[in-house]
Design a protein around this ligand. Structure first.
Ligand SMILES: NC(=O)C1=CN([C@@H]2O[C@H](COP(=O)(O)OP(=O)(O)OC[C@H]3O[C@@H](n4cnc5c(N)ncnc54)[C@H](O)[C@@H]3O)[C@@H](O)[C@H]2O)C=CC1
Ligand SMILES: CC(=O)C(=O)O
Ligand SMILES: [Mg+2]
Length: 600
């Protein structure tokens, strides 16, 4: 059966312009050289130079793709040498610039460099450097990437969407710049985040870069420093609020859906109130998800389950883990919701009972039912003070940790260093012999603690994870404190890829759960016992293929899959687990120069 379907899969690959099918190019001469989708720099073969009017526009020698790659990496290595001893920010921005210049010039070579060096380059194009790039965006801006819809475009979006040059768009990452990593409201400068996330989509999920679209919804900013900055490139007005805000997002979603009904929209780095509101508003109507709420939750849950295994306990013991979550925003509440659902499912108890193991804090401390002005999204998790011995409304992190002695302390607060020495030392009294500390806030300077501080103060037996990368910690005598990167990048590319290939019109909890379960089952017993919760970033393409296949199968199981690119529901339904994985892998784009002219 599957053999018969190979044709369809191959068609799908062609459909996604994967190699070696010829690419359609309607340009000639210098226009091709200036188009990073088609540009091959010195790599154009003679036939293309002849037939596309490139003769004389390039030095005569033809350089192979491999030589071009080697040449780029060698200039990257020289830059590393030449910037040695400069400040970390200077070095990171210099690295970002050299990668960005390649991105702007030759996408095929850029993505090959990114895929082959993903462990090394992800901290440059993604967190933490992407945060620095967003902070300095107006100064760094050279040429636009993606689309910008602003408060001033009301009523125009349906026609504006047709200004995007690509006929097909599969994956959109959208932000309004209101909560960029832990850096707050960066207005239009937040566009760096959709760009970085979509780079991960191409590198990890093999989404064709001609079919991605980063989008900034610029509804103003409440960041006074930006409003006062004469170089600021966004709309200089306070953020739209209430119905005015929603009217802009509604119009944008309708416009996108009208042009690309099957495109997936990932909402990213929206402030909490709009993150929850837009998810509720659109998830039954459009194929969308909120990465900070749902992607983060799946990655955190996989890490929490891994922690139980690291403690050498049966997975069913997850229901007994006491977990303190610091940060009751979109990410913290997303994690809590998913973890509570998992406990309830595993133990068969009600969600109300499942909540008893969890403690939630925000900027005002422990959240209890005595809190006045409690955020509606946090209400279900507020503790009844009657159930708390010796802990009152607003108790500090250190008091909660001392009293609860949790198995896990998890931070999604956006506040650097709030897991102080005192807090970390209190974790030594944890009821677990191998407590876990998740300092998940980004970028690095906003992490709740550093890896070194965690191992120094909380003890060498801890399990540690952070949102942005840290080096493993040398514990002496050849022992290593392993650092995990608990970042939604392990899931969002697979969620997007699986949803796309399924052709489902919605992304359900079942599909998201399948993604998380797939990641949770990834590590071997041997690894988890060493405190390794997630696979190496070097394998992110394999992880994403597995996650994508799990999401696709969940969509099929729920009867939501409609298929795409010639592979319909019936074919998807009859694929075995292995066939699905093969199909997903076969659909992934890989950067190679494709012929721009038909062989004669
Ligand atoms: N590792 C990952 O994959 C992800 C990490 N994040 C990070 O999580 C952080 C928070 O993101 P969101 O939840 O979307 O932000 P948010 O702004 O919605 O929520 C922040 C929460 O932290 C609380 N908070 C602030 N100061 C605090 C303090 N001193 N003590 C305790 N709580 C405090 C606030 O009251 C609020 O409840 C950001 O730094 C973001 O980069 C977010 C998504 C994914
Ligand atoms: C990783 C991510 O999505 C965040 O920090 O917001
Ligand atoms: Mg985010």
């Amino acid at each position: 059966m599957w053999k018969l379907m190979r044709f369809a899969a191959a068609r799908s690959r062609l459909f996604s312009t994967a190699n070696p099918a010829p690419c359609m190019v309607h340009k000639r001469g210098a226009d091709i050289l200036h188009d990073p989708w088609f540009n091959k720099d010195t790599g154009f073969p003679l036939t293309e130079r002849d037939r596309l009017g490139l003769r004389g526009l390039l030095p005569p020698r033809i350089i192979s793709f491999q030589e071009q790659y080697d040449r780029f990496m060698s200039s990257y290595r020289s830059l590393e040498k030449n910037t040695h001893g400069q400040s970390d920010n200077f070095v990171s921005l210099s690295k970002w610039r050299i990668l960005n210049r390649l991105h702007d010039r030759n996408e095929t070579l850029y993505y090959r460099a990114l895929i082959d060096n993903i462990q090394e380059f992800s901290p440059i194009i993604y967190t933490p450097t992407v945060g620095l790039v967003c902070q300095n965006y107006c100064g760094l801006f050279r040429r636009p990437r993606g689309m910008y819809f602003s408060a001033k475009d009301k009523g125009e979006m349906m026609s504006m969407i047709y200004n995007w040059p690509a006929h097909q768009v599969d994956m959109i990452v959208l932000t309004d710049g209101s909560r960029i990593l832990g850096l707050g409201d960066l207005g239009v400068q937040g566009i760096g985040i959709p760009i970085g996330k979509l780079d991960m989509y191409v590198a990890a999920a093999g989404i064709n870069p001609q079919r991605i679209l980063p989008i900034m919804l610029d509804v103003g900013t409440n960041n006074q420093k930006l409003l006062d900055d004469r170089l600021y490139l966004g709309v200089r007005q306070p953020r739209l609020e209430g119905e005015e805000y929603l009217a802009i997002v509604d119009e944008f979603m309708e416009a996108v859906h009208a042009r690309w009904p099957k495109a997936i929209v990932q909402f990213e780095d929206f402030q909490m109130k709009w993150a929850f509101e837009t998810l509720k508003r659109y998830r039954q109507r459009f194929c969308m998800f909120n990465d900070d709420i749902q992607g983060t939750a799946g990655v955190a849950l996989a890490g929490l389950l891994g922690t139980v295994r690291a403690q050498d306990r049966p997975l069913s013991d997850f229901v007994k883990q006491k977990i303190v979550i610091v940060g009751a925003g979109s990410a913290g509440l997303g994690v809590l919701n998913m973890a509570v659902q998992a406990v309830s499912k595993m133990s068969g108890c009600s969600e109300t009972e499942a909540k008893s193991q969890f403690f939630l804090l925000d900027k005002d401390g422990l959240i209890t039912t005595e809190r006045s002005n409690i955020d509606p999204a946090a209400v279900p998790f507020a503790k009844n003070p009657r159930d708390l011995e010796g802990l009152a409304e607003g108790a500090s992190i250190v008091d909660v940790v001392k009293k609860v002695k949790p198995h896990v302390l998890l931070g999604l607060s956006g506040v650097g260093g709030i897991f102080s020495e005192q807090v970390l030392k209190a974790m030594r009294e944890s009821v677990s012999t191998k407590p876990a500390i998740f300092a998940m806030s980004n970028p690095t300077m906003n992490a709740e603690c550093t890896a070194i501080d965690a191992f120094n103060h909380a003890g060498e037996n801890i399990v540690f994870a952070s949102g942005s990368p840290f080096e493993n910690v040398d514990l002496g005598n050849g022992r290593v404190g392993h650092v995990n990167q608990a970042n939604n990048m392990y899931l969002f590319p697979g969620i997007g890829l699986g949803s796309l290939l399924s052709g489902a019109r919605l992304i359900t909890d079942g599909m998201l759960q399948a993604a998380s379960e797939c990641l949770a089952s990834y590590m071997t017993e041997e690894d988890t016992k060493k405190g390794i919760l997630y696979p190496s970033i070097d394998c992110i393409r394999n992880v994403t293929a597995d996650v994508g296949a799990a999401v696709l199968r969940a969509a099929v199981a729920e009867g939501l899959a409609e298929g795409q690119g010639g592979v319909g529901f019936k074919e998807l339904e009859h694929m075995s687990k292995e066939d699905t994985l093969e199909y997903v892998r076969g659909s992934m784009w890989y950067p190679e120069y494709c012929p721009l002219v038909q062989e004669k």
